[in-house]
Structures are given as C-alpha cells and as structure tokens.
Design a protein around this ligand. Structure first.
Ligand code: CA
Ligand code: CA
Ligand code: CA
Length: 322
C-alpha cells in the first residue's frame, strides 16, 4: 500500500514539475518597446513611433548602434517622439536611450516617461536624470530612475523630447529601451519539524528558487501577477505546496508552513525503508545521498527515528499547514 501511494505522489510531483516547466513563471525584466533601436521603418519613418510637434525620419547617420537611428526635427518650441504601450501597476519601469543634438536655438534633449489611466488621464510624469545641452557631435546615454507605475495605470508612454527656442531644431535618438520589472514579493516562513535552525529549505516558484534563512523566512522577489504553485522542500522532509495568486497591487504574505520530517531516503514517502536505514546507521553521520540525520544534529539518532515514526505513512507533497 505504501509503495503504491508513494508512486502516486511521485507521479503528482512529476506532473506538477512538467506543468511548471511548460508554463514558466515570468520573473525577469522585459523589454516593453518595439523598434526601440529604430532599425525598422516604413516609407522612411521608424515603425511603432509617433511624433508631436515636428517630423520623424529614419537616418543612417549619426547612429549609436545598428544601421539606423531616429532623426526628430522640431517645428519650434518643444516636441517629441513617443511610443505608448500597455502597462500595469505591478511593474517598475526604467527608460533608457541615447540622444544627440543636431542644432537649433538653446536646445536640450531628454527622456520622459508618462503613465496614464484608462480614461487617458495622466497620472505621473518623470524625466531622465540628465539632459543633453550641447551639440557636440556625440551620442549621450539618458535614463530615468526606476519608476513604479501608479495604481490604475493602464498605459505608459516613452518619449524622446527635444526642446528648442523659437527656431526649429534637430535631435537624433537611438537604442531606446523601456524595461519593466515586477516588484511584488511573496514572503513566508518554513518550519522544519524537529529543528531549531530552519535554514536550507528550498522554496520554488517556477524557475525561481530561494533558500530559507535560519529563522525559516524566505522571500521571492519580482513576481508577475498571476496564479502559481509554490513548493517547499528540504532533504529528509516531505515537500509541501500551495497555490498562490499574486495581484498587481500588493506583495503576498503566506502563512507559515511546517515540513514533516522522516523521509531519509528522499523518495517522497515516509515508510519502513526509512526506518530500516536509520537503524542501520544509528549513531553515525548520515551517508551522502541520504538524509537520515533528519533533524540535522550531526548523527542518525533516536530523534530522527522518532520523526519517522510520528509521520509514518505520510507522502509528498503535503498541503501547506503549520
Ligand atoms: Ca539603431
Ligand atoms: Ca522515504
Ligand atoms: Ca539526528
């Protein structure tokens, strides 16, 4: 019976792993802009970009990277090139791009990031930390600080801005990048039954893995909104899992989870084989490849056998409980 049950739980774990492998959680920064390098154009105008207060064209010189860059000619005053894309409040955005001034009266070039709600109402506007003030024939890197999208954000607009005096002016832009990084966290605490030091439990969410601290605390950073399965495991213990739903607004604090000890051979079931092995190595350190010293006090002893006895018949994954 124990063997059949073990095989069943192993199959469940295998299927869960396969599902996570097929649908990995998106945890890394993502490029939001299209044609940020201005390489693609239709009729000489860079695709995906719009313009306000001037004209935009694709040029082959001066170029910061690749074969082309954008040339923006303002009619006078302040104008910009821009691209608007969907955005969500769970994301922190950083706009970077290169600019070069081509002349004009009292010109300056800079980047701007603007967030809007579904009604098109501007919620927040941020400029690059620096500005280009001289037409020195070189490209200069501009960047905003990372900006957390305000609540109710639905779109973000990336802009390359040219401000001039009364005369028209020219600015070149190239290699724009708008990175979106999720800023939510999932936090919780693992308790390893029979241990005082809770360090070393592995917490897995998709391909992101973190280890628990000595007090059992763990934190998974940069989680995109969505529903996921989180799994906690440690050598000698039955793994546990739960479903989590991350919303766009807040981080998630999970209740503590207790892992049940006694699976010395790590096959996902606590049964007679674990007891037999513990008895065979009683008084000795656990051999490598096994976790017979379940409570981590340096040797296989009566405490480890007691844990196996208490949890006898249990199988992984267990539900999340404390
Ligand atoms: Ca380019
Ligand atoms: Ca076992
Ligand atoms: Ca022990």
């Amino acid at each position: 019976m124990g063997v059949r049950r073990g095989a069943f739980f192993q199959a469940v774990v295998a299927v869960a792993c396969l599902v996570l492998w097929l649908f990995p959680v998106s945890l890394v920064a993502e490029e939001v802009l299209s044609n940020g390098d201005f390489e693609v154009a239709t009729g000489g105008i860079p695709e995906a970009w719009s313009v306000y207060g001037g004209t935009l064209s694709r040029v082959s010189a001066p170029v910061e990277q690749g074969s082309y860059a954008a040339a923006f000619t303002s009619t006078a005053g302040t104008g910009w090139i821009y691209q608007t894309t969907p955005a969500i409040p769970a994301i922190t955005y950083t706009l970077r791009g290169y600019g070069q001034l081509g002349g004009g009266s009292s010109p300056s070039a800079f980047l701007q990031l603007a967030f809007y709600n579904s009604a098109g109402y501007p919620l927040l506007q941020v400029e690059s930390t620096g500005r280009i003030l001289e037409a020195d024939g070189r490209y200069h890197l501009l960047s905003t600080n990372p900006v957390r999208a305000p609540a109710s954000t639905t779109t973000v607009r990336a802009k390359g801005v040219l401000a001039t005096g009364a005369e028209p002016g020219v600015a070149y832009f190239d290699t724009f990048s708008l990175l979106g990084e999720p800023h939510n966290k999932i936090q919780g605490q693992v308790k390893l039954q029979g241990r005082t030091n809770q360090a070393g439990a592995q917490v897995a969410l998709g391909r992101q893995l973190v280890m628990s601290a000595p007090d059992g605390a763990f934190s998974l950073a940069e989680v995109m909104p969505g529903s996921f399965t989180i799994t906690v495991s440690a050598p000698g213990y039955l793994s546990a899992y739960r479903s989590v739903t991350v919303t766009s607004e807040a981080s998630l604090d999970l209740p503590p989870v207790l892992l049940l000890g006694g699976d010395g051979d790590g096959d996902g079931v606590i049964r007679l084989e674990d007891l037999v092995l513990e008895a065979a190595y009683l008084g000795q350190p656990s051999p490598s490849g096994l976790a017979l010293d379940v409570n981590g006090d340096g040797r296989v002893d009566i405490y480890d056998i007691a844990l196996t006895g208490i949890n006898f018949g249990g199988g992984a994954p267990s539900p999340w409980r404390n």
